[in-house]
Ligand binder design. Sequence first.
Ligand code: GLU
Length: 493
Amino acid sequence: MSTSDVRVRFPPSPTGYLHIGGARTAIYNWLFARKHGGKMVLRIEDTDADRSTEDSIRGIIDGLEWLGLDWDEGPYFQSAYAAEHAAAAERLLAQGNAYKCFCSKEELEARREAAVKARADYRYAGTCRDLSPEEVASREAAGAPYVIRFKVPRGEGGVAFKDLVYGGIERSYNDIEDFVVVRSNGQPLYLLCNVVDDIRDRITHVIRGQDGLTNTPRQILLYRALDVEPPTFAHMPLTLDLNKAKISKRSHGEVVAVQFYREQGFIPWALVNFLVLLGWSPGDDREIFSPEELIEAFSLEGINKANSIFNYRKDDPKFFTDPKAININAHYLRTMPVAQLAELVKPVLEREGIWDAAYEGKKRQWFERTLEMTRERFHTLKDFATLGRAWFADDFTIDDKARQKNLLKHPQLMEWLPELADRLEALPIITPEEAERVARELAETHGVKPGIPVNGARAVITGQIKGPSMFEVFAHLDRDTVIRRLRQAPEYF
Ligand code: GLU
């Protein structure tokens, strides 16, 4: 196989939003396809019509697009191939690889209960496996409902395959019951549809969650019966929370949805970078990768067998998600080219109604410089509209600590800050050097350290307790805004 023959798929069931676990599966598939110059197929597995929704399909596609994970084919819809799924079941029957089973639900349930009582493993006993064709025909003619079961080979031997993550795996035939491939209502089961679709889509590598591993031996039997070489399998470890429970919406809430990260002001690639590390490592201690570096470094062999930990504490208000995710996002936010950052901050300010059209034109440079001056302390794009709000709008609030420590402790600032306004107003142009000079003069006049008026000014002008040099800020922000906010200082006492 030449490397460009690699074909992988991302086959979500559209029964909910895009979960970070699903996104991780998509990322691993995408990286593998990109690394080998192969193709990624997007297939929406919507055979469960009752649970599949349009909203979910849209949400999954939006989420993939937002993450920057492009696919080469699809979206294909599994429901469009119902005739092929049924034909495959017919073929299995015709070849003698499957049989009609007339055992009723009640009979099966009774046998299961008996097995449980006897503390034995329950497996379908093969009651209908060897019914004569006449018997089958007469039961069918009598209208008895039936399912179609796969005829698992009996006797010695089993299914052996090499999983690229978990290594050699073997299941003996005795441990695999004759599984159902078509329900009594004629609906083929997911296990079969998934194989038929992977055959049609010429999938070479199935990269999926560890929960798929229980299906693999049965699916390999289906491939064999359909005369197709099975693909290579790679199962990824689970992602667990700190209590070793699977992460889910029910127990963890929105924090498991990709959409949540978008709303929280994540940079899409930062989320990809975080998720890829949940269960994969490059074999060295690198943690930050550009797309090119990640494609280069990625290999299925680098996926860990051990389950990965999503380090999220619901009860810790300091972190709205795994702190590592936040740190990775902050890293990108602080180091990416500022012109690129500007494009990401724009929609955030727009949503808040504090975007100024002039940032596209004559104030562009000012806008980018603002991002440069403020981003050092920020973790998410949203921070520009919250912690950084004073740079773009007048309706900001003063951080409580800043108010306590840098205003209320020094009531004289009620006079000194308006006085600083006068001194700045007297300057023809406010430069950082001139601003520093007048602030120092003011402090000297009143016999205090310059830090006192300067930090007071920071509180009333930026709302924050820390930030870039205030002398730079005096010179950078709009002159009238600086003077007005200093004059308003007494209102905060
Ligand atoms: N539709 C399945 C799911 O969302 C895909 C499983 C597979 O990758 O084979 O879990």
